[in-house]
Design a protein around this ligand. Structure first.
Ligand code: NAD
Length: 262
């Protein structure tokens, strides 16, 4: 059973010293439906929004010993640590909301395994605007056969993985709606004329940009641009906490952010 309306869930935040970990803790401090009862980071950091941050190496013991128990772990870290933290949560019977991106196939499989034991909700992007963009992109791609499609994403200069997880999700959506587009071309250099079946993919890294995604569809004398800009990371933190509140108390399994929005 999902947590009843009015319940406040207990959340564990990993990567509490990172950009997103901090945002999640700060966003939770403004909400009545959740409280951060545990926060960890791999290196020592000062308290975040009044929450003490423990050593991430102690996470399995802290989850197992938490009384009252943690309801949901919220993870925005890196692929290696995310797999480790989700396994620790699964071992302690704690649900997981995973926002980390950049997993390889083996890491994807490890996260999927955890969903056999506990509820696991993953999203490459926790903003409602991107959920709407995905629907718009799928509809437009299906409505514009033969159009050239290019995807461009822009993020802050500290982002590790490229292209972004959100860009990869949009590419999957486009390829589903346009099966004739089956080759992802990452940037172009030198003699590189466009060929049929190609989707251009471009990743820009600059400053402190929270996240921008643009899908360009162009035919003859006819251009459609669909763009989403996240004004701050707060929007992702809010979506992840909405997901945590929705996920608490559900059956083990893999869940998607679109289910929360529906
Ligand atoms: P960041 O670099 O600011 O923070 C990363 C945190 O993870 C830090 O606390 C760091 O100590 C920890 N970490 C990283 N690798 C680790 C390891 N191997 N072991 C232990 N701890 C480790 O990054 P960020 O901007 O907060 O982004 C974190 C992740 O969230 C990235 O994968 C990013 O793409 C993703 N992200 C997802 C969304 C979404 O909506 N799903 C939004 C923003 C960012």
């Amino acid at each position: 059973m999902a947590a009843e309306t009015g319940d406040s869930i207990r959340v564990a935040v990993t990567g509490a010293g990172g950009r997103m970990g901090r945002e999640v803790i700060e966003a939770a401090s403004d909400r009545d439906d959740c409280e951060v009862s545990l926060a960890v980071n791999r290196s020592p950091v000062d308290p975040v929004a009044g929450v003490e941050v423990a050593d991430a190496a102690d996470l399995p013991a802290l989850l197992a010993g938490a009384d009252p128990a943690v309801d949901v772990l919220v993870d925005f870290t890196g692929p290696d640590s995310s797999v480790e933290y989700v396994a620790a949560a699964a071992g302690a019977g704690v649900a997981c909301v995973v926002g980390t991106t950049g997993f390889d196939d083996e890491q994807e499989a490890a996260i999927a395994d955890a969903a056999d034991a506990v509820p696991v909700l993953r999203a490459s992007n926790f903003s409602r605007g991107i959920a709407a963009l995905r629907r718009a992109v799928s509809a437009a791609a299906a409505a514009l056969p033969g159009y050239d499609v290019e995807v461009t994403e822009t993020h802050h200069n500290g982002k590790v993985d490229a292209p972004s997880g959100t860009a990869l999700t949009l590419l999957d959506d486009i390829e589903e709606a346009r099966p004739d587009l089956d080759e992802r071309v990452h940037g172009r250099e030198g003699d590189a004329p466009r060929t049929d079946g190609e989707i251009g993919v471009h990743a820009r890294r600059a400053g402190d940009i929270a996240g921008e995604h643009e899908v360009l569809m162009a035919g003859d004398e006819n251009v459609l641009e669909l763009t989403h800009r996240a004004g701050s990371r707060r929007v992702f933190a809010a979506g992840a906490l909405d997901a945590a509140a929705w996920l608490a108390g559900r059956d083990a399994g893999a869940y998607d952010f679109t289910e929360v929005l529906e």
